[in-house]
Design a protein around this ligand. Structure first.
Ligand SMILES: [Zn+2]
Length: 73
């Protein structure tokens, strides 16, 4: 998805929704990482089939999750 190609249907019509993007604040969602910290979810949506993926793209937030959340074995 991040390379602009839908990972389900192969369409090149992929859109990125982030906090300050043209889609506005409605695209804004968060995961609570810890009591004081939340991480923004960046959405990638295929305009052809509607498939959606969401990512945490802030490396600081990712590192916080890596250091604080239990890892599956
Ligand atoms: Zn698609």
């Amino acid at each position: 998805m991040k390379n602009g190609e839908c990972s389900k249907c192969g369409s090149k019509e992929v859109f990125r929704g982030a906090e300050h993007g043209p889609s506005g604040c409605n695209a804004n969602e968060f995961i609570r990482v810890s009591y004081m910290t939340k991480a923004e979810l960046i959405h990638y949506v295929c305009g052809a089939c509607g498939y959606t993926e969401s990512y945490i793209e802030d490396p600081k937030r990712l590192n916080k999750i890596r250091s604080q959340w239990p890892q599956l074995q």
